[in-house]
Design a protein around this ligand. Structure first.
Ligand SMILES: Cc1cc2nc3c(=O)[nH]c(=O)nc-3n(C[C@H](O)[C@H](O)[C@H](O)COP(=O)(O)OP(=O)(O)OC[C@H]3O[C@@H](n4cnc5c(N)ncnc54)[C@H](O)[C@@H]3O)c2cc1C
Ligand code: SF4
Length: 428
């Protein structure tokens, strides 16, 4: 895999939850009471048998624990670090009802997957089935396509991933907060997937409508895992104003990006991407970082636990303000004009950077290239829930382009479901 450049700003941000030691993991695992009908399992979109893998850690069977995790979720390594466990498995743990801290499921999963792969990199590849001669193309190399590719390769099929960016991994590489997952760790997981079987990744290749139709002729099945499109700007485009996901990508990957001279940053939005970029700027040393949100905190779509973290990082929240226009002196951004939504009047908030986190557009053109593939009113690819098959029997889709933008674990589940259905369609 291509090497990342040195000097990326993201490398200044340390892991917020480092891997447990063996002693820490066994101690934490022994707190689990192995509930029957465990609510943590029901809360996991990939259905990992959580009590089973935790029990294996408690008995020092790390390899077995990892196999339990990967059997349900091939991206178990990144999910261990990026999953919002507070609202998924750990949020459902019975300990919460007793007013006690839930089991640290994410950290236990990280311990098991990373330790097992470190001890035996070929742990999963050994389960690969003989070659079937079938070929599948995946468009995009984000979590959805990687999960699909990994499962397909283990089933003996040959897979080619086409990725328009210079690096594979999708938002795990370009978007997820570095203190959860650095780009180099996202690429290490990509390497793990590529080693599972006959998988090739072609980076720097954007699939347009004509190429998409050619794929259908050349391959036995096609998986669409293209995620979402560019940031929306709310009409604020111009010098000093950046799109949040594009800016995070620069913080993570572009060593020429510098925060020198940025004293006051405003982040427009109240979702998780807004919280992420605000926390990253604050942790990287921008002295004053504020989120500007049109409603009140109770209405924000960002997770409450992330907002608690943001405040600890020093991020301020300016509620009930709707952006109107960027204010510039010449080419230089000096402020953001906002209207109060809780009363009358307007004001200008001083700043020298505005990051707009108002959602991402939809990439609708590609899906339309395939006969029979439908989009819903929100521009999401329509698939069958159980198989991720579109209206075209040779075309499958998953991840953000289907659900409109959820989590890595949802993309991993879609990739798994699609791979199973593709193998069945090949008679496997
Ligand atoms: C800033 C940010 C932070 C996030 N943080 C978290 C988090 O902490 N935890 C979590 O679980 N989830 C998080 N998410 C959500 C998560 O990253 C996504 O749900 C997940 O990555 C979706 O996977 P995907 O494969 O569907 O799409 P993506 O990850 O977007 O991957 C799609 C890939 O397809 C490529 N592509 C697009 N069009 C083409 C084309 N025509 N030809 C070739 N390649 C193409 C893109 O370049 C991209 O690499 C975050 C999202 C954002 C924006
Ligand atoms: S709900 Fe909590 S205690 Fe029960 S099995 Fe899951 S992690 Fe263990």
């Amino acid at each position: 895999m291509s090497k990342l450049p040195e000097g990326r700003l993201e490398t200044r941000l340390p892991d917020k939850a480092p891997r447990y030691t063996r002693g820490e993991a066994i101690t934490e695992a022994n707190r689990c009471i192995y509930c029957s009908d465990a609510p943590c399992v029901a809360a996991c979109p990939t259905g990992i048998e959580i009590p089973t893998f935790i029990h294996k850690i408690a008995t020092d069977n790390v390899r077995g624990a990892a196999r339990t995790i990967f059997g349900a979720n091939l991206l178990g390594t990144s999910c261990a670090r990026v999953c919002p466990v507070e609202v998924l498995c750990a949020g459902s743990c019975v300990y919460n009802a007793w007013g006690r801290p839930p089991i640290e499921i994410g950290r236990l999963q990280r311990y098991a997957t990373e330790s097992a792969l470190e001890a035996d990199a070929a742990l999963l590849a050994r389960t690969k089935k003989p070659s079937t001669g079938k070929r599948v193309a995946c468009i995009g190399a984000g979590p959805a396509s990687l999960a699909a590719a990994g499962h397909l390769a283990l089933d003996g099929h040959s897979v080619t991933l086409f990725e328009k960016r210079a690096y594979p991994g999708g938002l795990n590489t370009t978007g997820v907060a570095p203190y959860k997952l650095h780009a180099h760790d996202a690429l290490a997981e990509v390497d793990m997937v590529l080693a599972l079987g006959d998988i090739e990744v072609k980076t720097g290749v954007e699939i347009d409508e004509a190429k998409a139709r050619a794929l259908l002729a050349d391959y036995d099945a096609v998986f669409i895992g293209i995620g979402l499109g560019p940031d929306r700007f709310l009409g604020l485009e111009g010098p000093g104003v950046v799109g949040a996901t594009a800016y995070i990508e620069r913080l993570k990957l572009d060593p020429t990006t510098s925060l020198a001279g940025i004293e006051r940053a405003l982040v427009v939005g109240g979702g998780n991407t807004a919280i992420d970029v605000a926390r990253e700027l604050a942790q990287l040393g921008v002295p004053d970082v504020a989120m500007v949100y049109r409603g009140t905190e109770a209405k924000m779509s960002g997770y409450a636990h992330e907002m608690v973290g943001a405040r600890k990082d020093g991020v301020r929240l300016v509620e009930s303000r709707q952006p109107i226009a960027a204010v510039r002196e010449g080419e230089r951004l000096v402020g953001l004009r906002v209207a109060r939504t809780d009363g009358e009047g307007e004001e200008t908030l001083s700043c020298d950077l505005v990051a707009v986190a108002a959602g991402q557009s939809r990439l609708t053109g590609l899906a339309r290239a395939f006969e029979g593939v439908a989009l819903d009113d929100a521009g999401r690819v329509v698939v069958d829930d159980a198989t991720c098959r579109t209206g075209n029997p040779k075309v499958y889709a998953g991840g953000d382009c289907v659900n409109g933008g959820k989590e890595v674990v949802n993309a991993a589940q879609h990739g798994k479901l699609a791979a199973r259905a593709i193998t069945l369609s090949f008679g496997g």
